[in-house]
Design a protein around this ligand. Structure first.
Ligand SMILES: NC(=O)c1ccc[n+]([C@@H]2O[C@H](COP(=O)([O-])OP(=O)(O)OC[C@H]3O[C@@H](n4cnc5c(N)ncnc54)[C@H](OP(=O)(O)O)[C@@H]3O)[C@@H](O)[C@H]2O)c1
Length: 275
């Protein structure tokens, strides 16, 4: 198994914003030697600039004469993708795995801007990566060898679990469920707080109750082996208050149809963006 302590060559991070920064912090905290990382980003945050300086991480390295990078990780906005990939393609050699976390940029697009036969992993992380609690789904192209995949797995695992898929088409649904999913959960916290205010609570108390309830239930779900449905049943007693609320949330116009529509809309948008 590949560990971050023993990566086979330098790792270049291209774009150290929210997601790139989260990955970098994860790598360093899991033992990736700072001397083996370099960052390309024209404008890092003050915090990240401090981290780079304190760890003496190289910035804006020149492309080597013979590319020897083990991995090039691309975490710029999708709109920047084409010219950024072309800029960094000189870092990509036969042993390099290119990992893209860009939404809506398929492997065919990435390959078009990279050297022929480049090993490419397309990955979709999500924002809880910034607290080491993300989940990432990854798909390799046919050039990815076991050692590329092991390294990609080790790098992406620094922000949470990684699931591998074979069919890239599933990435649109993945984006709609886990990529955009944190926003749905934040909306749940907002809506619950608003409903609390409507039911008579002072806003600060409603906000706090909603935030703690959503995050606490999330933590319980994570730690428990039970299905979400079982955990829900455990809070619901016959004829009680929860049951009264669930009758509405589980009705024909409740959560299920709304989320199904929302996820379908996000997946459709993901397909459109990939064109
Ligand atoms: N954030 C998420 O939850 C999330 C989830 C899944 C996937 N992603 C993907 O992750 C990627 C990055 O998203 P983000 O939220 O981290 O965006 P971000 O915070 O805007 O980070 C992108 C970084 O790339 C830098 N950059 C721009 N041009 C560059 C260049 N030519 N070379 C090197 N760096 C350059 C940007 O600098 P400037 O600010 O100066 O432009 C910025 O610091 C996106 O493609 C997104 O689809 C993000």
């Amino acid at each position: 198994m590949q560990t971050l302590q023993s990566v086979p060559g330098p790792v270049l991070l291209v774009g150290a914003g929210k997601m790139g920064g989260a990955l970098l912090e994860g790598w360093l905290s899991r033992g990736l030697p700072p001397a083996l990382v370099a960052v390309r980003d024209p404008s890092t945050s003050v915090e990240l600039a401090k981290l780079l300086a304190s760890k003496r991480i190289a910035r804006d390295p020149q492309p080597p004469l013979l590319p020897n990078h083990a991995a090039v990780v691309i975490a710029v906005k999708p709109q920047e993708a084409a010219h950024v990939i072309s800029e960094v393609s000189r870092f990509v050699g036969p042993e390099t795995v290119v990992i893209s976390v860009m939404a809506g940029r398929p492997i065919t697009f990435l390959a078009r801007h990279l050297p022929r036969n480049a090993a490419i992993v397309r990955a979709m992380p999500n924002t809880p990566a910034s607290v080491g609690r993300g989940i990432t789904v990854a798909v390799p192209n046919t050039k990815v060898k076991p050692q590329h995949r092991d390294l990609a797995h080790a790098l992406l695992s620094a922000t949470g679990p990684v699931e591998w898929i074979k069919n890239e088409k599933l990435m649109d649904a993945v984006t709609a469920v886990s990529g955009s999913g944190p926003a749905y959960v934040f909306l749940l916290a907002e809506s619950l707080a608003r409903a609390g205010v409507a039911a008579g609570l002072p806003k600060p108390l409603a906000d706090k109750l909603a935030r703690e309830t959503v995050s606490g239930a999330g933590e319980l779900l994570r730690r428990s082996d039970l299905d979400p449905s079982k955990l829900r049943e455990n809070v619901t007693s016959k004829g009680g208050t929860t049951e009264a609320a669930l009758k509405i949330l589980m009705s024909k116009s409740g959560f299920d149809p709304a989320l199904k529509k929302a996820v379908a809309a996000a997946a459709k948008r993901s397909r459109e963006l990939a064109k």
